[in-house]
Design a protein around this ligand. Structure first.
Ligand code: C2E
Ligand code: CA
Ligand code: CA
Ligand code: CA
Length: 278
């Protein structure tokens, strides 16, 4: 028995060490990427289901490493949340997104973008001032910026979150509640938050057309959203059949591979011009 205990301790010890090594690795990689401007923006189109038009895009960050490989957010965002680097990432993405919005002269039609904010960024004392400054610098129309925060973020430390959301709304930007339905937080909170949009989590949308249970959940969320005067976005819309079900339920927008995969932002935004000219 003594021996097996030994083995067990040893294994968990080296697993923990490997995890620490991973965190240190990504944290260093991130610092370098920020310094060397190797965070790249992708954007994924969000379609208005009734008209078929592309209303806006979600901005998604990726990290280009020194060897040229592009890494998804799942590789480095969780590390950045632990190391405190996430606010730097979020503000970098935000500033770049605002430059795109503000750069209207280059495009035939103005563009609306949604960026993701993690809890730490939103709770940063300087966040509202920082956002106001970036809005001014870029000359972007605040109404063209949506900030996505998760339902769980919104509901922990509710009073403080609501204060920040109200201050940001006063600047003219809007909020979306991301990954909605996963936490199934109190609807009481939902009614009190200044969020214009609800993004229904992809886990309820995948395979929607073939699942009565999922349809029941999504149509319940849709009814609640309508009752609260909030617009709805379905994520992970991968098939035309799912899109048709969502349209019939009165869901406002669809995002997912059926509409378009995330692309480097310049490419994605030139797609917008095409669909608007049609
Ligand atoms: P999210 O905010 O829920 O973003 C949606 C994710 O689902 C994106 O993954 C997108 O590529 C993926 N997706 C959308 N439609 C489909 C589909 O039809 N099929 C499949 N298989 N996937 C789909 P991505 O780009 O890997 O981002 C993952 C998460 O990383 C995001 O989830 C968000 O929480 C986080 N993230 C991305 N960029 C940022 C950022 O700038 N700041 C912060 N704080 N988080 C970010
Ligand atoms: Ca999001
Ligand atoms: Ca989401
Ligand atoms: Ca998410």
């Amino acid at each position: 028995a003594g021996k097996s205990w030994h083995v067990l301790l040893d294994e968990s010890g080296s697993e923990a060490k490997a995890a620490v090594r991973q965190r240190v690795y990504w944290s260093d990689a991130l610092r370098e990427a920020l310094r060397e401007d190797r965070l790249e923006l992708h954007a994924q189109p969000i379609m208005h289901l009734e008209s078929g038009r592309i209303g806006h895009f979600e901005v998604l960050v990726r990290l280009r490493d020194q060897t040229g490989v592009l890494h998804p957010p799942s590789s480095f965002i969780p590390v950045a949340e632990r190391s405190g680097q996430i606010s730097q990432i979020d503000l970098h993405v935000l500033a770049a997104a605002l430059r795109e919005i503000g750069d209207e002269g280059r495009r035939s039609a103005p563009v609306s973008l949604a960026v993701n904010l993690s809890a730490q960024t939103l709770r940063d004392d300087d966040f509202v001032a920082e956002l106001a400054e970036r809005l001014r610098e870029s000359g972007a129309d605040p109404a063209r910026l949506t900030l996505e925060i998760t339902e769980t973020v919104a509901v922990t430390d509710f009073a403080a979150t609501r204060r920040v959301m109200e201050a940001v709304s006063a600047l003219g930007c809007q909020f979306a509640l991301d990954d909605f339905g996963v936490g199934f937080s109190s609807f009481h909170y939902l009614a009190q938050l200044p969020a214009a949009l609800i993004k229904i989590d992809g886990s309820f949308i995948r395979g929607l057309a073939a699942s009565r249970e999922r349809q029941a959940i999504v149509s319940a969320i849709s009814a609640i959203a309508q009752g609260f005067d909030k617009r709805t976005v379905a994520e992970f819309v991968e098939t035309e059949a799912d899109a048709a079900v969502l349209r019939a339920m009165g869901i406002d927008y669809a995002q997912g591979d059926f509409v378009g995969k995330p692309l480097p932002i310049a490419e994605a935004l030139s797609m917008d011009e095409l669909s608007l000219r049609r």
